[in-house]
Design a protein around this ligand. Structure first.
Ligand SMILES: N[C@@H](CCC(=O)N[C@@H](CS)C(=O)NCC(=O)O)C(=O)O
Length: 226
């Protein structure tokens, strides 16, 4: 059996982790079915088998893999048809893309989304979420959250993707693959939290909606926060 341990809000159907979305999209790409194991932030016991405390964790029979990029590489090694990353230096390139995205897209999104995350997580997670994020950010959540500044920074960060997608159907070319899912996971994060901080009918928007439509055609409507 294949199981995906992933993050949920107080509503177990509300799956909003960008990293877990990457893996959902990658599993769809590979045509691999799986059972979802939604966990709230503080429900760490089921992750012990992975030797760390973050999701996504994929358990595939005897194999347990964590970290979205490592899971992509694992899926390519184990199920070589329909590559996500490809051979050679591709997994290293994916790590580079991940680093670039972390600063350029994830941080602006976090500025926009923090209050929404606080609004959807379980009561049992609130104190943990605040203390762990304030420690990581080096400031209070209120000092960091700034939806207006986040939207401005995000608009700039999306410009290269907008230019690329004006000429190419997917980030990875004619068909979608690993780069598409690494980026789209971040946009699913916003989408599931009930917002769309990118321009309607932009190339990025049309690309995101193609991926969303394909996902929903197979798995049904994506749960969004009100
Ligand atoms: N580099 C990891 C990051 C995973 C990560 O940060 N996951 C978050 C959810 S979005 C998490 O598990 N947080 C739990 C916690 O902070 O305790 C990946 O790409 O999978």
């Amino acid at each position: 059996m294949r199981e995906l341990y992933e993050l949920c809000g107080s509503d177990p159907q509300l799956l909003f982790s960008p990293y877990c979305w990457r893996v959902r999209l990658a599993l769809q790409h590979k045509g691999l079915d799986f059972e979802s194991r939604p966990l709230i932030f503080t429900d760490k016991a089921p992750l012990a088998c992975s030797g760390q405390t973050l999701v996504p964790v994929l358990r595939d029979g005897e194999q347990v893999v964590h970290d979205s990029v490592a899971i992509f590489a694992y899926l390519d090694r184990t199920y070589p048809a329909n590559p996500l990353l490809g051979d050679g230096v591709a997994a290293t390139r994916a790590r580079l893309l991940e680093k670039v995205l972390f600063q350029s897209v994830r941080m602006p999104l976090l500025k926009i989304l923090l209050p929404r995350v606080q609004g959807v997580i379980a009561a049992a997670d609130q104190a943990y979420f605040r203390s762990s994020r304030e420690k990581a950010l080096g400031m209070s959540l209120e000092a960091f959250a700034d939806p207006q500044a986040g939207e401005e920074a995000l608009r700039k960060a999306l410009q290269p993707l907008e230019a690329w997608l004006a000429e190419s159907t997917y980030l990875d070319g004619e068909s979608s693959a690993g780069s598409d899912y690494l980026v789209a996971g971040l946009l699913f994060w916003a989408w599931c939290l009930g917002t769309q901080p990118w321009a309607d009918d932009s190339a990025v928007d049309r690309w995101f909606r193609r991926l969303l439509a394909r996902y929903e055609a197979q798995y049904g409507p994506v749960q969004r926060a009100l």
